[in-house]
Design a binder for this molecule. Sequence first.
Ligand SMILES: Cc1cc2nc3c(=O)[nH]c(=O)nc-3n(C[C@H](O)[C@H](O)[C@H](O)COP(=O)(O)OP(=O)(O)OC[C@H]3O[C@@H](n4cnc5c(N)ncnc54)[C@H](O)[C@@H]3O)c2cc1C
Length: 483
Amino acid sequence: MASASSSTAVQLGRIRVLKQGLINQPSTKLGPVVYWLFRDQRVRDNWALIHAVDQASRLDVPVAVAFNLFDHFLGAKARQLGFMLRGLQQLRHELERTLHIPFFLFQGEAVDTIPNFVKECGASLLVTDFSPLRQVRGWKEEISKKVSGSVSIHEVDAHNVVPMWVTSDKLEDYARTIRPKINNRLPEYMIEFPALKPHVKKWDTGNRSIDWEKLIEHVTSEGDEVPEVEWCKPGESIALEKLKEFAKNRLMNYSADRNNPTKPEAVSGLSPYLHFGQISAQRCALEARKYHKVYQQGVDKFLDELIVWRELADNFCYYEPHYDSFLGACDWGRATLMDHAFDKRERICTLEQLENAQTTDPLWNASQLEMVHHGKMHGYMRMYWAKKILEWTSSPQEAVEIAVYLNDKYSIDGRDPNGYAGIMWSICGVHDNGFQERPVYGKIRSMTYAGCARKFDIDAYIRSVKKLVRDVKKRKGEILVDS
Ligand SMILES: Cc1cc2nc3c(=O)[nH]c(=O)nc-3n(C[C@H](O)[C@H](O)[C@H](O)COP(=O)(O)OP(=O)(O)OC[C@H]3O[C@@H](n4cnc5c(N)ncnc54)[C@H](O)[C@@H]3O)c2cc1C
């Protein structure tokens, strides 16, 4: 298999220059390279880190990684923040131990902390990873204005296998339109990562200890209404182990069973790691592809979800400014939902009833409880869950708002482009085709309890969720009231 150097990454268009400073003027005395790490929180297989180290070696300057912990980011709670910080604790250890690269942790607003740090250390180049979310893009614009004119800023798409801006320069309507654009480029992009060596130009940063336990305790106690989950241990080493175990033992069933919520072992469970960048999608794809000869169907299907559908979500959030509201519906979806805006709803549920899993549908309630207590709902149930919210609220606007609010609050992999695209697919028809017209849904694809009953054993799913909830409550020492 071909492997790459970071200059290959440049040639392949993985890096784009957000701001040109002085680094291309050889006579200038240059400061260190700072990698502001946001979305791709890992040491291994990280094109942004590879680029930062490569630039630092080329310029013969030190390199550092900086992370900014926001006071509030999209309502993250203990569940998401605990997972992230424990992962970062391991990342720092690995970064400093194996690569001799210092890690700086800041708290507050990145638009202040990052430019201040760049100024204090006299950095000549700021490298950052890519996220399509509007908040992150807004910060980058602000930071570009705030750092001195001599500083360059490079953005690296370390998240997608084919960089988002290489795949397409426009909003893609369907998976079928983006698929050939991605798949045609895969031979160039599905390459082995270059190995990183310890960085030679040292940065003497003194003693900068971080009291991780205190920090995690503080942050998680503030957001403890949504507690951390036990089953999903953070960190890139665990992520890699999970990937290997899935590819070897479970990928064979992916194609047949991935839509069966009573067989959760058929799916990878990698989304929390992918969301926080604790594993690279390219690594997952490379690992899965090793099994192509033996489980061709499973591998093809997995790669389609992991690459095509995941990268379609980034495309959607990048090119559609209203990716998390009804305003972002596709034309036909908006039109058909408006045609049915005044249809009588069979029932209306309040946010409180939905959040507390108090609807009259035991299947829906089970999926909501799975998300609230386990922290991750099965992918098939996510579609049913969101579509029922459309059916039981007074408008599609409200349905999208509630679905985004609940998914982002309780899902360990929430606040992700996949979540926004998944909700817009379910409720507004984004990336989907029209179906037979019916009340409330219009031409949006509907899902029913009876349809689920034909596909899988609903009672078995409900029983399995009850067990999950019971186990969580037992661990927390809560008194059990069995329902
Ligand atoms: C209403 C709704 C909400 C969703 N919310 C989220 C969310 O908050 N975070 C999130 O990561 N995904 C979300 N998804 C997409 C998908 O359901 C999850 O990615 C998947 O269930 C994660 O489990 P897994 O890692 O075991 O998936 P696997 O089936 O093992 O897939 C491997 C990876 O492929 C990607 N993938 C799989 N299915 C999809 C898909 N339909 N669209 C985009 N990428 C996909 C994910 O990165 C996933 O981790 C949502 C889907 C819907 C319909």
